[in-house]
Design a protein around this ligand. Structure first.
Ligand SMILES: Cc1cc2nc3c(=O)[nH]c(=O)nc-3n(C[C@H](O)[C@H](O)[C@H](O)COP(=O)(O)O)c2cc1C
Length: 305
């Protein structure tokens, strides 16, 4: 997660029994990423991963350099997202990396499987960030993925608690990925205003922006988002990225670090409506596991008596 996935959060998630992920491109250069991975190694001896996002940008980041930094720093779990990661797979696989590719459709999941990805993270329409353009929610997308895939997958988008985990398992996933939920944790290194905004939000408070550019992003509604949506409405099919640059480009440091939560559009999932506290990652994950056991052993086993 851009400007959220720093070493502090990745280490806290891994120390709590999850798989923490550092956001590769939040680090401005491969050298910075190597330093961030080093910091994370100092905070945990558990495995963690690095996300590499291939999104449309005006100037492409130095992906080969980031990949070298990941491999040379000893990370062996890479979450890829955005466009097809095929050209980078041979190097990552030769280094022994496990690849989790994030997909928003069955068709992209099958493609990921066919090019040699090990795991898919299936991101439903509910998710914070980029849900793709198909708008299929997880009640449909996850069982569809289970029907088609032979590689394992995790459920992503709208996941917050034991109910999410047990439902994901029931629908064929091996586990779940949480984005928005982890922002509202004690260890998330973001301004308290961001955490409070998530607590205050309901499931009705996200909006989809950049749909006319086929780069749809689910964000928390705010004044900048309202301005952006007005531009989308006014410009219609003529909308260009340059028209909305003020609302989307370079806004994350101002929001996540300085707490200026109206500075622009920032990713947030519908899951915000289910988030009511700011626990430690350890408390959050332990609670999920304990409540999942109760759900399975009491509520669900009771169904078969
Ligand atoms: C603030 C924020 C920033 C994100 N940045 C990225 C990113 O840079 N790359 C990426 O692959 N996904 C990104 N995501 C998506 C998450 O990794 C994850 O797929 C998504 O949050 C799951 O949905 P949920 O928020 O409902 O849990 C971001 C999500 C949020 C909320």
């Amino acid at each position: 997660m851009h400007y959220v996935g720093f070493a502090e959060l990745a280490a806290a998630v891994s120390n709590a029994g999850g798989l923490g992920i550092i956001t590769g491109l939040t680090q401005k250069s491969p050298q910075d990423l190597a330093a961030e991975i080093d910091r994370c190694h100092q905070m945990t001896d558990k495995p963690f991963g690095v996300n590499l996002t291939f999104l449309p940008t005006l100037t492409a980041p130095n992906y080969p350099g980031y990949i070298d930094a990941i491999i040379d720093s000893g990370v062996r779990i890479v979450e890829t997202a955005g466009r097809n990661p095929q050209e980078y797979l041979p190097k990552l696989k030769d280094a022994g990396c496990t690849i989790i590719h994030k997909c928003t459709s069955v068709r992209h999941s099958l493609k990921a499987q066919s090019i040699g990805c090990d795991i898919v993270s299936v991101d439903g329409f509910e998710c914070g960030g980029h849900p793709g353009e198909d708008d299929v929610p997880n009640m449909i997308l996850l069982p569809r993925a289970a029907d088609e895939l032979s590689i394992p997958f995790v459920a992503s988008g709208g996941m917050v608690d034991a109910r999410s985990l047990v439902a994901s398992l029931a629908m064929g996933a091996e586990g779940m990925n949480m984005g928005t939920r982890f922002i509202a944790t004690k260890e998330a290194p973001v301004h308290d205003n961001v955490k409070q905004a998530i607590l205050a939000a309901t499931e009705l408070d996200t909006r989809l922006v950049m749909r006319p550019l086929r780069n749809t992003e689910r964000v928390l509604n705010n004044t900048a988002v309202q301005r952006l949506l007005k531009k989308e409405q006014d410009q219609g099919a003529d909308l260009k990225f340059e028209d909305i640059i003020e609302e989307v480009a370079g806004v994350y440091p101002r929001i996540m670090q300085h707490g200026d939560i109206d500075a622009g559009a920032w990713s947030c999932g519908m899951a915000a409506g289910l988030i009511h506290d700011i626990p430690t990652c350890e408390d959050l994950i332990s609670r999920i596991i304990a409540e999942a056991e109760v759900l399975i052993q009491q509520r669900l086993s009771g169904m078969t008596r």
